[in-house]
Design a protein around this ligand. Sequence first.
Ligand code: NAD
Length: 496
Amino acid sequence: MSTTETSPPGAVPLPRVPTQLFIGGEWRDAADGATFAVISPSTERHLADVAAAGETDVDAAVRAARAQFDGGEWSRLTGAERGRLLFKLADLVERDIDVLAALEAHDVGRPAFEPRMVDLPHVVDVFRHFGGWADKIEGRWITPQPFFGSLRQAYTIREPLGVVGAITAWNAPTMIASWKLGPALAAGNAVVLKPAEDASLSTLHLATLIEEAGFPAGVVNVIPGLGDVAGAALVRHAGIDKVSFTGSPEVGREIGVQAARDFRRVTLELGGKSPQIVLGDADLGAVIPGLAMGFLANQGEVCAAGTRILVAREHYDGVVAGLAEAARGIRVGDPFDPTTTMGALINAKQRDRVIDYIAKGQAEGSELVAGGGQPEGAGFFVEPTVFAGGGNQTSIAQNEIFGPVGLVLPFDDPDEALAIANDTRYGLAAYVWTRDVSEAHRLASKIRAGGVWINGGAPPDARLPWGGLKTSGVGRELGFAGIEANTEEKTVTITL
Ligand code: NAD
């Protein structure tokens, strides 16, 4: 079973990709034959039916992963050998970058240039970075206190956890999958990966590349399926040692509770409501495009989107006008049209949720200065939207909207900006725009967030820890933090 060509003449065809479950190195239908429909966000056309894993399939996938971890071929590979497989996977992603970008444009509704230029080169880098780690995961040598006169020495070994159950979100599917696969595989874990039901196709193509790279069958299992069926069964399965989850705080909380009950490791990458602080000395000409990208990239469906734009009062009117103009200059439409700069939201529910927040913003006293509407025709599109004023306690200031909606608020001094920035239940990212180096670092030290970007947001980097505080999550991915999160440190003590 695979996707079939359904595009109208002239459109970029949907690449062929398997639509089955990838378990133990084999492609198969769900045990009960269940499927779910894939709908294009930009055309509302039916793209494919994908096998939907049920409890039996989750169990088979976990068993396949366990067999590799508990004495299978994978458990006997050296770090250098695991690294070579990750390097090969990176090369294959690089080879198929256009295929993956096309799949994400069809399936997620985002302009194809975005994954092509941003996410997928990053995915290649993530696999290479963690391929490099695979033979450099070292322990420590520590001298403990003597015990009843006997000298002792101790060393530690970083060992893989076992089977990692990975659950991803739909907004940047290949990128999020790479954050989970890269460090888990470098460290020697086996993985069962459940992609989001709203965007599984690029992850299914990634599974074909994992197969082609030559990972032993069962080291990585990809099981598309519904969250409350396949996701919930994976989280509950006794055969997994860790859950690595990217998604909403609501589901993340349930997963955290379940993991605590089972004494299981857990990493939770959840939502955000990130502030962008523009100080009085900022150069508006340079800052406005960065501010706009900070909340409008990927239709605003970005966990780290800088949706609360806090501006020194002397710049307030200029930033409001500049962002309104930037929003009006965005071309919303067909993800494959090279002039398109913003695509469609993932589904009708998400579009309606964004429209509902836009209505709330107006009802609660913020001024709508750009956008707010839905373009005519098919597709789950919403105009890039800018609000001004109304305070930090409104619904649009406090809740993650996950759409192209930003709110501009004024402040009178940097400490007031800091207080507003931290007055949120989230803590994923923050942006500071200023030419004052000392003030930038002072604010960075006081902002309660997992990451702070000074003078320019950027996609995450494979070498830098990524994750949030408070409702934005638990734990870190990427860099050495990713290795730590996928290993246990064992201590061996020797009495001399
Ligand atoms: P979601 O929580 O609805 O779904 C995420 C994943 O969880 C999907 O694969 C889904 O099938 C699965 N799931 C749903 N219910 C489940 C259950 N009961 N048990 C197990 N799995 C279940 O979130 P979403 O709407 O897909 O994603 C949007 C959210 O993800 C936003 O809040 C966004 O900020 C967040 N996100 C965070 C990051 C980050 O790095 N912090 C990155 C991307 C997205």
